[in-house]
Design a protein. Sequence first.
Lengths: 74, 438
Amino acid sequence: MQTWLIGMNGLEGMLEQVQDTAHPEFRCLISSEPPGLPDMNIIPESILQAALKVANEAPQALKANIRRAYGKFD
Amino acid sequence: MVTEDGLADQLLTLVVGRERPDLARIKLKLIKQQNEFKIKLNELETDLLFKLSNAKGDILDDIDLILNLENSKKISVEVAEKVKIAQTTEIKINVSSEAYRGAAQRGALVYFLLNDLSRIHTFYKFSLESFIVVVNRSIDLITQKPSEPKEEGLVEEGQPPEETGEGEQPQEEQQQEKPPVDEEAEEQLGEDPFTPRTLAKRVDQIIDSLTLTSFKYCRRGLFEKHKIIVSTMLALRILIRQGKLDEAEVNHLILGKTDAKAPPTPDVLKNFLSEVVWQNVKALEHIPVFASITSSLEIDSLQWKKWYNEEKAEAADLPKAFKDISRFHRLLLLRAMRADRLSSALYQFIQETMGTDYVEQQILNMNELYGESGPATPIFFVLFPGVDPTPEVEVIANNVGKSLANGKLTIISMGQGQEIKAKNALFNSAKEGNWIML
């Protein structure tokens, strides 16, 4: 995680630099696991601010259902 | 840091620019005109001073100078008149623009909520620039066809037939009638394409589209557990702003206040209420609607016990004295007594106040996502165990001719030693118009 983080931070300025002159068809997609704690910064702020954020988690309802189902065996 | 009002002003300019480009154009023209006037007056002044200071002999004999002076006077009078006309036009433009303030304020409210979300998670960050793109898109979504605003509304709300002779005719035949125009500037301003009623409808439409579009934009990136928080905060802030909810009561709901100094639980309630619940109920007493809650509990303890033990307390009838409290006050009661049913009640509350779109989420549409992205708008996927977006990314990339096979799509797993490789690939992709996934 640590090395990955360094790599990402190196990318921050680069992405901005590149965007100004980028070809219109250029697309940058980034993926990352969530940080260990919600207040940990692991992705450069400027990338997060500009990016379309996608958190495609399994629906809560399903998880809640499973959890509830397990709970019945207690 | 921009204030909410400041942002609303900024968004107002944006919305009016989109909705009434005619007004925006004239306003721009007026600003330019006023600058020209200033320059012109300044030139005259300098010129005059120059001539005066260089005048030889008796000034009154210098015909040239006197003529020039006369001319300057004429021009400055003309300018003053034009400035006056410009001012009335500007006032009219501002009045027309103000009609859109509600939409601008809603935009500012939503953006400030988005800004607050970084306190929940560091991933929740949104630049104003990207938000403005979303606002524009929300207007695009309801402006597909060239608008034909002249509709039924005009019949009832048409110009009152003062002074004009044609005013005698039935109003139905006068839909095209223009109000009398007497000033040059007013002619440029043209007719308002909306009647008060159709305009209000249009502004509501913008407000709805803007709220939903920006909510969807945000929700797509939210963790499941945060979705209900964000939609609740949105609903509550809107209702406070509309004056439909009291801010102190909303804070009570959010914070879940409790009265640690409450007297011990009365005996009649001890058999079903815990000390904690009793303290929560005591804290509710500060809210006018619940002023009599503790005495009601004691008097009607059997009824309360029945409600308290209902499996779906949020849907069950409350004891008589509290049967008709509002949906929102029910939330407060659940928060105090049956917190386990609060989220279910919140879903219902949001559905009723905001609409189904705010509780039901469609499946992620990759084509839509691609459509919103751009060279300066990256896509950021939050990875969850067992969910890998790569295959879907490949599909949309292939659709636009970018594939791993033709080298126009590069996928690099960031890790040790990948930095240089990633940087080079990033530079190349940007130059060639390729895709890169990191």
